[in-house]
Design a protein around this ligand. Structure first.
Ligand SMILES: NC(=O)c1ccc[n+]([C@@H]2O[C@H](COP(=O)([O-])OP(=O)(O)OC[C@H]3O[C@@H](n4cnc5c(N)ncnc54)[C@H](OP(=O)(O)O)[C@@H]3O)[C@@H](O)[C@H]2O)c1
Length: 267
């Protein structure tokens, strides 16, 4: 199985790294096509993958992964239009670009649309995906194998969920990084050394996520478990609620979803 990445930026690299770490394919089976010479050089040196400046060199590959920014997608699709065989699978991670846009742009029916997140780099990503009817069972399994190597894969049959997930799990790591950053700053503010603060905060986020995942309790119940009446946590939570933490998170997700829908309409 030969995989071509069109676009070797942040996400392209994260996926290459994830696939190689999990040994889904050898480095020789990966081709990265990118307009940026420095990126090509860096990726070839770091991962031993083939690199090209011409997207047409991806045409012979079994799977073409479209990993360019949505703004660059139209040009990429036009260049590849009508050049793919029906047994080739196109997998797009571009935010807001529907399967219809990709299929029509390429004149090619077997298309998988994925919304990954940056944690694919360490095999802990989440990829929500959908496939067009023209994707064969074998192609579907290939897509599943690739995505499973990057973390959790979740197939959905309603494409609207992809735009919604963009605002939750696609952008999600950035929200969490902001929270982590703020907690570290706060920890330093009350006197903890920076490195210790970082270790405490990261393990707290990781442990809380693992606990919530392992438990069948609603997060509200877990929160109650650590909130003793009149205690320190209750005091901290009160300030979070007073500051509108819950409402602001809702507004962030709604705004990101609106943007994902606007991108889908070319905005
Ligand atoms: N970053 C995330 O967390 C995330 C999460 C989920 C989904 N996504 C999606 O993943 C896609 C890639 O995002 P990214 O953050 O990896 O973007 P990025 O870092 O900008 O990477 C895109 C790469 O493609 C190159 N490129 C631009 N036009 C090209 C063309 N015509 N042919 C070949 N290569 C071209 C860019 O070069 P230049 O820099 O020179 O333009 C850049 O190296 C986007 O569609 C985004 O919506 C991203």
């Amino acid at each position: 199985m030969k995989i071509a990445f069109i676009g070797g930026g942040v996400m392209g690299e994260a996926m290459v790294s994830g696939l190689l770490n999990k040994k889904v394919v050898e480095a020789e089976a990966i081709l990265v096509s990118d307009v940026d010479q420095a990126r090509r050089k860096a990726l070839a040196e770091k991962y031993g993958v083939q690199c090209s400046a011409d997207n047409r060199s991806a045409i012979g590959c079994d799977i073409l992964i479209l990993a360019v920014k949505p703004q660059s997608l139209g040009k990429v699709l036009a260049k590849l239009r009508g050049k793919l065989r029906s047994d080739q699978l196109v997998l797009s991670i571009a935010a807001g670009a529907s399967t219809k846009t990709i299929s029509n742009g390429l004149g090619h029916d077997p298309v998988v649309r994925v919304m990954p997140n940056i944690a694919v780099q360490v095999g802990e990503g989440v990829c929500i995906w959908i496939a067009t009817e023209a994707v064969s069972p074998a192609q579907r399994e290939r897509a599943r194998t690739i995505l499973a190597a990057l973390g959790k894969e979740i197939y959905v049959s309603d494409e609207r969920y992809i735009d919604m997930a963009t605002a939750v799990s696609g952008s999600g790591p950035a929200y969490i990084f902001l929270v982590v950053e703020a907690l570290i700053e706060a920890a330093v503010h009350i006197g903890l050394p920076l490195e210790l603060a970082k270790e405490l905060v990261l393990q707290t986020v990781l442990g809380s996520a693992r606990l919530a995942q392992a438990s069948d309790k609603h997060p509200a119940e877990l929160r109650n478990m650590v909130t003793s009446p009149g205690g320190t946590t209750a005091q901290g939570l009160l300030r979070l609620e007073e500051g509108g933490a819950r409402a602001i998170l809702a507004q962030a997700v709604i705004a990101a979803h609106e943007k994902a829908k606007a991108l889908a309409q070319g905005g």
